[in-house]
Ligand binder design. Structure first.
Ligand code: NAP
Ligand code: ZN
Length: 353
């Protein structure tokens, strides 16, 4: 074991602060990575504040961060894919059982024994739970390490590891292509990546936002139309017309307003994970045989596919780079929907702690 610097929350109400955490020495299959950038996902905030207590109670101290970009500094004896000096990424998953039907199908995100980058039981016994990317370094099984296209800016690539794959995967699954009318609800970290992908896939892309000030940005990011979701008249004009809507909202809101915008057999997929249950009106689904689904991140193969797609199409997140010392301010701004459109932490800032 070795010690490394990190930022953690000590309780649901404590601000994040510097801490020293243990990491394992790389085993044969492991890669040790010096972390250069880490994106700030709203899930980090939900987790640090124990807002998902009923599903996955937070173990403190917690070290969030699952949008990791770094450089390989050491590899285990059996590692074949990477060598020291490689630029790599790590997303929300760091291990799985490799044997269940989901893993065999390349969908580790559904593995009953998947190990999340932070907050999962640490099977190596280094710490009570896994610690995430708000840290100097991390040690990860090479099978969960991703290759980063050389042409992409590193700070802006970090958010692809969660916000990117979480929006790319359901759009691929539900057939977002040219000729489809697609809605993206909530122009935050996930939402702005959703807009970029829907546009890149050729769909007619409509952004739903509660923030009129984001209208111009939405169009610049690739939206064909922008709807202010609090304007009932504007919403009504789109009734029954959407093939697919991706809901990326982090807080309580009325999803029935969006279900009613779906066409026959249209689908609304939730990727946003608010703290409290949402209510669903049965008739919104019954009339029109519409469906409501959810979708978690994506498997490793699909995450690599997404990164390669981003490399080919020059797609990255729009980021505001911050030092780790601004993380608590960043969380406050995230709660005010004041992020354009993802914070990316320059982890060099941790060295001064
Ligand atoms: P974010 O950057 O904070 O964006 C959320 C957006 O939702 C805001 O920018 C805002 O957009 C909208 N919004 C916020 N409060 C709202 C309210 N009260 N009513 C309506 N709209 C509201 O968050 P994020 O990082 O994109 O994450 C979004 C959600 O996805 C979080 O719950 C997160 O935990 C979850 N998530 C899920 C997965 C998964 O695998 N399914 C992966 C990552 C994250 P406007 O200003 O445009 O209205
Ligand atoms: Zn995330």
């Amino acid at each position: 074991m070795y010690n490394t610097k990190a930022f953690s929350a000590a309780s649901a109400t404590a601000p994040l602060a510097a801490i020293t955490i243990p990491r394992r020495e790389p085993t044969d299959r492991d890669v040790r990575i010096e972390i250069l950038f880490c994106g700030v996902c709203h899930s980090d905030l939900h987790y640090a504040r124990d807002e998902w207590h009923d599903v996955m109670p937070t173990v403190y101290p917690c070290v969030p961060g699952h949008e990791i970009i770094g450089q390989v500094t050491q590899v285990g004896a059996a590692v074949t894919k990477y060598q020291a000096g490689d630029l790599v990424g790590v997303g929300c998953l760091v291990d799985s059982d490799h044997t269940c039907s989901n893993c065999r199908a390349g969908m580790e995100q559904f593995c009953p024994d998947m190990v999340l980058t932070y907050g999962s039981d640490d099977s190596h016994g280094t710490a009570p739970v896994t610690y995430g990317g708000y840290s100097d370094s991390i040690v990860v099984d090479e099978r969960f390490v991703l290759r980063i296209p050389a042409n992409l800016d590193l700070a802006a690539t970090a958010p692809l590891l969660c916000a990117g794959i979480t929006t790319y995967s359901p759009m691929r699954h539900w057939g977002v292509t040219q000729g489809k009318k697609v809605g993206v609800v909530g122009l935050g970290g996930l939402g702005h990546m959703g807009v970029k992908f829907a546009h890149a896939f050729g769909a007619h892309t409509v952004v739903f936002t509660t923030s009129p000030s984001k209208r111009e940005d939405a169009l610049r990011l690739g939206a064909d139309e922008v709807v202010i979701s609090t304007d009932e008249e504007e919403m009504k004009q789109h009734a029954g017309t959407f093939d697919f809507i991706l809901d990326c909202v982090a807080a309580d809101h009325d999803i029935n307003a969006y279900i009613n915008l779906l066409t026959r057999d249209g689908n609304l997929t939730l990727v946003g994970a608010p703290e409290k249950p949402l209510s669903v009106a049965a008739f919104g689904l019954i009339f029109g045989r519409r469906s409501l689904s959810g979708s978690p991140i994506g498997g490793i193969a699909e995450t690599q596919e997404m990164l390669d797609f981003c490399g080919e199409h020059n797609i990255t997140a729009d980021v505001e780079v911050i030092p780790i010392q601004k993380i608590n301010e960043a969380y406050d701004r995230m709660l005010k929907s004041d992020v354009k459109y993802r914070f990316s932490i320059d982890m060099a800032s941790l060295k001064s702690e």
